[in-house]
Design a binder for this molecule. Structure first.
Ligand code: ATP
Length: 257
């Protein structure tokens, strides 16, 4: 198995601030779903911004297919954008209210110059997230939060990425909708590689093969999700686990959290 994305001994401080990531190394490996868990402020979104090439680390490297991610290398960034797509927390903010569904979902196809029957590709992406192809001419305002997040996922997968990065992608949804969208991410994790960032240990436990626990900008524990959660070695992981009372039943195979 190969690492598609990798952080190698990365430290990061926002301009004028103290370090918010310290010596972080993690790999997004083809075919594995990885959950990044930590409390608010632990540095999860900062890791995602570095993996998305939105900023550079002060020390360490961000690697894409084994090569250092170089924002000035147009060829590399084109391949990168085709390979890596993201879904963000707030579907109300991440979808342009002035654009119709067709324009929103086809945006990566246009940006990457992918030809062919774009309409058919958009319809196929919408169907794969459980939406009808007849919504192409509607605006985001016509949809619920869960439907909007499905539209955002359709946009992320329409160009056939190798990795989907999801940042708190179910946190803004009500419980019933959240369960359905988590099911959708589970399907997605079978077809592609997923990095799922969440403060919700229960969701990550039900979704991810591997788990990375982040505390105060440092990785305190990592490994196969079930193994880590069945026998957490670090006090912080134990504390996170204690906040999800039903998780031990789930890990024992009794029910979903
Ligand atoms: N643009 C910024 N400028 C300065 N400091 C920032 C900025 N963005 C985040 N931080 C700080 O960096 C640290 C890590 O923030 P980050 O958003 O990565 O955490 P997080 O784990 O994603 O939190 P949350 O779950 O609340 O989104 C926090 O102390 C935060 O205040």
């Amino acid at each position: 198995m190969s690492d598609i994305l990798r952080l190698d001994h990365v430290s990061y401080a926002y301009p004028g601030g103290r370090p918010v990531l310290r010596d972080v190394s993690l790999a997004v490996t083809a075919g594995r779903s990885i959950g990044l868990v930590g409390q608010s402020g632990s540095g999860k979104s900062t890791i995602l911004k570095l993996l998305l090439g939105l900023m550079r680390p002060q020390t360490g490297d961000v690697l894409f297919d084994g090569a250092r991610l170089d924002l000035s290398d147009r060829q590399m960034m084109r391949t990168y954008r085709k390979s890596v797509q993201a879904v963000f927390q707030d579907p109300y903010a991440s979808l342009d209210p002035r654009q119709k569904v067709q324009a929103i979902v086809s945006e990566p196809l246009r940006a990457l110059g992918i030809g062919g029957d774009r309409r058919a590709m958009v319809v196929a992406a919408l169907r794969s997230v459980g939406l009808d192809g007849d919504i192409l001419d509607r605006y985001p305002a016509a949809f619920s939060g869960g439907q909007r997040q499905r539209i955002a996922i359709a946009r992320a997968i329409v160009a056939g990425p190798r990795v989907v990065l999801a940042d708190e992608a179910v946190s803004a949804l009500d419980l019933t909708t959240k369960v359905r969208v988590v099911d959708l991410f589970r399907d997605l994790a079978r077809k592609t590689t997923l990095l799922f960032v969440s403060h919700d240990l229960g969701v990550v436990a039900s979704l991810c093969d591997e788990i990375v626990i982040l505390e105060g900008g440092r990785i305190v524990e990592t490994g196969p999700t079930r193994a880590v959660l069945a026998a957490p070695a670090h006090a912080y992981t134990q504390q996170l686990l204690a906040s999800v009372p039903r998780l031990p039943d789930f890990l024992a195979g009794a029910s979903s959290p």
